[in-house]
Design a protein around this ligand. Sequence first.
Ligand SMILES: [Zn+2]
Length: 270
Amino acid sequence: MKKIVTSCLLIFCIALSALMQSCGSVAITGRKQVLLFDSGQIASLSNDAYSEVMSTATLSKNTNMTKMVQDVGFRLSQAVISYMTQNGRGQQMAAYNWGFVCIDSKEVNAFCLPNGKVVAYEGIMPFASTADRLAVVIGHEMGHVIANHGNERMSQETIVKMVGAAGDAVLSGKSEQTRAIFNTAFGLGTSLGVLMPYSRTHEYEADRLGLIFMAMAGFDINQAPVFWEQMSQNSGPKPPEFLSTHPSDANRMARLRATIPEASQYAPRR
Ligand SMILES: [Zn+2]
């Protein structure tokens, strides 16, 4: 009995000290979050996942689509890098190795891995038919990455596992447990490239950051609510993958519209 109490106490202390060391805050929004994994660990797992996705994918042969994904992604990343560097978050930006590819697939999907690799499927391009609308998609996905939502989700899962005493093993490096948590957090274990739905908090935050990144890079932020609305109206009986992982509702549209004045303050002065 005494042994059980001692080990429970030990696990509690490990959990508590991990939490105390790893409180962070999201850039721009300032929301406090617990991040238990270091960025190198996440980047390494992301590199593996990206190689795996790309090993079975075919790059788009459509040069217009490819160029648009690269140009829009590049503009957004440059704006974000310059803002974050000027605001004391240069170290965080060093963890990303930005890259933008368009994949030959009818799937209506796009995602950004935590190492900064953005993948857009040809199937989403009819919805993101202009540079501004594509910036909505890529800006939103970059928002999840800059806000460390993946690390946060992995950390939340680890805290649950810590209660079951597996946490210290999980945190000890690129172990099997860490890989399993990464795969769960990113849905990569079951269907490559299809991310698990984010929580509503994460979605709203990615919307807000995406809109601000769009403004920083000089895109038309008024296209964001238009894009989401059109996407939900044209989705048909089975919602496209991108939409089903990004619930579109009236509250979300209202919040997006309400964020436009804030985001517009980040636009470059003309
Ligand atoms: Zn999202």
